[in-house]
Design a protein around this ligand. Structure first.
Ligand code: GAL
Length: 402
């Protein structure tokens, strides 16, 4: 009896071990992707379905010319509406008017600039823009994407009826890995099935935590068709509270793409939006027209000290550590043991806000150097706390180093 048990255990053990090795081998293709939050540009927030080869090439040029590439932005991602139908073989067909040379030509151009190429599809039968989705074509599409040189896939969640989110995204990751090309998988199911709980396990590199952002400072608003809801910056940051422990190198919470420069917020609000996304270790995917940026917008998107907080190799997501009505303190631990700290004023008048050392994990008696990451200025040494006057809807963002 005992011997039979041992024998069975050995067989089960060998099978499990074998499975693990197989899983590890497969995972290698995409193992080292997105070790810091992805940075790039995406067409949706500004251009929606109005995408074309010319637009994407011009935007790729602008990533380089504007200095965004030097600041770390690398992905040029085409969102919904590049695809129109499937052909007789089931292959996905790009819009022949808008992409007359096909998708590989677009990818080759993006790569020739030293940038990376992203596309969008959907786990269901149709994309949110009613184009063909990936359901039932996952491996076929993955092979196609790899042949085009795709480096990043945003995979949406429209028209998925009774599909299981975790299984659907696991399937797409397996398909992408089977293509042999390392492709970042951006899970876009709006936080519905709590993707932070399983996104890493299925090989997702980032997962949306909320419904769509809109170019607005405030809270949630119903869509024109009465369904809930689009999110302003404040409603999105409130929905990040408590999710910080799920993020880390290779797998990030995604509070949606940036609206910086799209016209619906003041520059102060855009500075706050960008600072908060940086501190949240969010993907920094710009969504404005990079060909025509005001200097103020350019300076926000390319603030290297703020970007360094986002790209810190430790890969911690920051969190809200104090809230007193409209006045908040957010903090992110960085690799050298320091903290990036945001003093956020959500209110309608200027206010003084303090960060106390205990709130960010330091004893109150120590002295720490404080540097302003927007003024690019060392402010000196402070003991116990640092206080600053913060504009309405504004932030003061500092580094604190004991
Ligand atoms: C939404 C998604 C947006 C955009 C859009 C395209 O579901 O959240 O970011 O991709 O679909 O139709």
């Amino acid at each position: 009896m005992k011997i039979r048990h041992l024998f069975c255990a050995a067989i089960v053990g060998a099978a499990l071990f074998g499975t693990n090795l197989y899983a590890q081998e497969k995972a290698l293709v995409s193992a080292n992707l997105a070790l810091t939050p992805p940075m790039g540009w995406n067409s949706w927030n500004k251009f929606a379905c109005n995408v074309s080869e010319d637009l994407i090439k011009e935007m790729a040029d602008a990533v380089v010319k504007s200095g965004l590439k030097d600041a770390g932005y690398v992905y040029v991602n085409i969102d919904d509406c590049w695809q129109v139908r499937r052909d007789a073989h089931g292959d996905i067909v790009p819009d022949p008017q808008r992409f007359p040379h096909g998708m590989k030509a677009v990818g080759d151009y993006i790569h020739s600039l030293g940038l990376k190429f992203g596309v969008y599809s959907d786990a269901g039968s149709q994309t949110c823009g009613k184009r063909p989705g990936g359901l039932g074509h996952e491996y076929q599409d993955a092979i196609q994407y790899a042949a085009w040189g795709v480096d990043y896939l945003k995979y949406d969640w429209c028209s998925t009826t009774t599909q299981d989110a975790k299984a659907s995204y696991a399937n797409m990751r397996e398909a992408l890995d089977a293509s042999g090309r390392p492709i970042v998988l951006s899970i876009c199911e709006w936080g519905t099935a709590k993707p932070w709980l399983w996104g890493k396990e299925v090989g997702g590199n980032l997962w949306r935590t909320t419904g769509d952002i809109q170019d607005r400072w405030g809270g949630q608003q119903k869509w024109p068709d009465g369904t809930c809801c689009s999110n302003g910056v404040l409603s999105i940051i409130d929905q990040q509270v408590g999710l910080q422990s799920y993020a880390g190198p290779g797998h990030w919470n995604d509070p949606d793409m940036l609206e910086v420069g799209n016209g619906g917020m003041t520059d102060t609000e855009y500075r706050s939006h960008f600072s908060l996304w940086a501190l949240l270790a969010a993907p920094l995917i710009s969504g404005n027209d990079l060909r025509n940026m005001r200097p103020e917008i350019h300076d926000i998107l390319t603030n290297k000290e703020v970007i360094a907080v986002n790209q810190d190799a430790l890969g911690r997501e920051g969190e809200r550590v104090a809230k007193n009505g409209d006045l908040e303190v957010w903090s992110k631990q960085v690799q050298d043991g320091g903290r990036a700290v945001i003093l956020l004023n959500r209110g309608s008048g200027e206010q003084e806000i303090s960060v106390h050392w205990e709130e960010i994990g330091y004893p109150s008696g120590i002295s720490a150097s404080v540097r302003d990451l927007w003024q690019h200025k060392d402010l000196g040494k402070f003991t116990g706390k640092y206080s600053a006057t913060v504009a309405s809807h504004g932030v003061v963002m500092v580094s604190v180093k004991p």
